[in-house]
Design a protein around this ligand. Structure first.
Ligand SMILES: [Zn+2]
Length: 279
């Protein structure tokens, strides 16, 4: 499942390839993904010029000169594929295709169809039902230790679960919550109400640094973003704890008190952490 850094990388790839282009043809190959596609989607996209892009949490917004924004979510298995336009060669599970005036095409491929595509007036993006309830953007200056402190006050859930709550902070998923808690040396089992204050002052920068490093690993140019098969945005990432159960912990070489990375299940999801240094 794509997480925030992957979505940011996909968005940057789209930006570099499609910004300023006009959509000469839009084709939807089915009436729905997770939800029904908006009425008249093809007609509303055709002829519009793509003016800019924005990411909010794990959503991509493609702004058009018509005053609409296309809201894209990759869901569990969604991928964006960019390629030079070619004669009717259907790609399996490609549900939406945009062709541009410079002879390129963007395909939205989603075998499991948990992704979504919607239209929202650009001036009211943040009022869309999928965005309206979201908490602060983690890389935004508005996401501060004071803001996190206020959100966690009195919460008796583990901090791991609290950080996955999109109202506390938007766009964090299982992988980067584990990584940020490792970086800040905070146990994922600790209850959220014990974080406010000095621990929040450690956690907020750890979240930002973890995400920024992952985004940097995704590259900085279109050539980095687009894989040889045209797919955007996925890259190898060196996680320090995620997926490393029983492996040696890079923070504790030679320390018998650290048995290596431990995995536990919290809210039906795997959590990975160092039981010595994360308190
Ligand atoms: Zn350790």
């Amino acid at each position: 499942m794509p997480e925030l850094p992957e979505v940011e990388t996909v968005m940057r790839g789209l930006q570099q390839r499609l910004e300023g282009r006009t959509i000469v043809r839009a084709t939807a190959h089915r009436p729905d993904l997770r939800w029904p596609l908006p009425e008249g989607l093809e007609q509303r996209l055709t002829g519009a010029r793509i003016t800019s892009f924005r990411r909010r949490a794990k959503y991509i917004l493609m702004r058009l000169d018509s005053g609409d924004s296309v809201l894209l979510h990759l869901g569990m298995s969604g991928r964006i594929v960019l390629s030079p336009a070619r004669p009717n060669m259907p790609t399996p599970h490609e549900h939406l295709v945009l062709e541009t005036d410079d002879g390129w095409r963007m395909g939205f491929v989603d075998p499991r169809r948990f992704g979504s595509v919607d239209l929202v007036p650009t001036a009211q993006e943040d009022a869309h039902k999928l965005l309206a309830e979201l908490g602060p953007e983690p890389l935004d200056g508005a996401f501060t230790p004071a803001r996190l402190t206020a959100a966690l006050m009195g919460k008796r859930t583990p901090i791991k679960a609290a950080l996955l709550d999109q109202k506390v902070v938007a766009g964090l998923g299982n992988i980067y919550v584990c990584e940020a808690l490792f970086r800040s040396r905070l146990s994922p089992l600790r209850l959220a109400y014990t974080i406010p204050g000095t621990r929040a002052a450690r956690l907020v920068p750890a979240i930002k640094e973890t995400l920024q490093e992952a985004i940097a690993a995704g590259g900085s140019s279109l050539r980095d973003y687009v894989q040889p098969d045209g797919e955007l945005g996925y890259f190898q990432n060196a996680w320090k704890v995620y997926g490393r159960e029983a492996e040696a912990c890079e923070r504790c070489p030679g320390r018998p008190a650290c048995p290596g990375i431990r995995r536990v299940t919290q809210s039906a999801r795997s959590t990975f952490y160092c039981p010595r240094s994360q308190r």
